[in-house]
Write a protein that binds this ligand. Structure first.
Ligand code: ADP
Ligand code: S3P
Ligand code: MG
Length: 171
């Protein structure tokens, strides 16, 4: 049997990793995973709770471990959390184990898409626009560093983005 391949979605909060990842996995008949959902499954608690109780550092330790474990698999689509790339180990791991697709969008779209959702702890204290700009400054170079493919998600639906990824990766 030919080796199954993996697709890993990276990019900032609200880029559409979780939504597009699910769509992509459906279309390609691959298994879908989301690192946040996997952390919630393992802890039996939501992401906000993990941040509250264990701090961001505790969350990052869990995130690194979950991504390490999921990337042992073959034939999956994995939506990562927006901050996962701050770990060098995770960046190396993603690069080594599959195609890395960077979903890029504007800060304005990120703000709009995350506005009604209280589940992202990093956006709950302060001005989302400013927080997202600061995160972009430190993280965008890390997304770029490991991206095999960059796809804009600001002006097209999840379905169209998913088709574009399939076409451009030649899956
Ligand atoms: N291409 C898109 N166009 C419009 N809305 C989108 C698109 N991708 C995602 N969304 C919406 O934006 C919100 C955040 O998407 P999500 O997949 O959770 O992003 P991420 O996992 O990157 O943080 C969701 O409400 C989702 O329905
Ligand atoms: O950017 C970040 O640091 C985070 C992004 C979130 O995932 P999404 O990128 O799927 O929103 C989630 O992992 C957590 O709230 C922290
Ligand atoms: Mg997500």
């Amino acid at each position: 049997m030919a080796e199954k391949r993996n697709i890993f979605l990276i990019g900032p909060m609200g880029a559409g990793k979780s939504t597009i990842g699910r769509q992509l996995a459906n279309e390609l008949h691959l298994e879908f995973f989301d690192s946040d959902a996997e952390i919630e499954k393992r802890t039996g608690a939501d992401i906000a709770w993990v941040f509250d109780v264990e701090g961001e550092e505790g969350f990052r330790t869990r995130e690194e471990k979950v991504i390490f474990d999921l990337t042992e698999k073959q034939g999956i689509v994995l939506a990562t959390g927006g901050g996962s790339v701050i770990s060098k180990e995770t960046r190396n791991r993603l690069s080594a184990r599959g195609f890395v697709v960077y979903l890029e969008t504007t800060i304005e779209k990120q703000v709009a898409r995350t506005a009604r959702d209280k589940r992202r702890p990093l956006l709950q204290n302060g001005e989302p626009q400013e927080i997202l700009e600061n995160l972009a400054e430190s993280r965008n170079p890390l997304y770029e560093e490991i991206a095999d493919l960059v796809v804009k998600t600001d002006n097209q639906s999840a379905k169209v983005v998913s088709r574009e990824i399939i076409d451009r990766l030649g899956f």
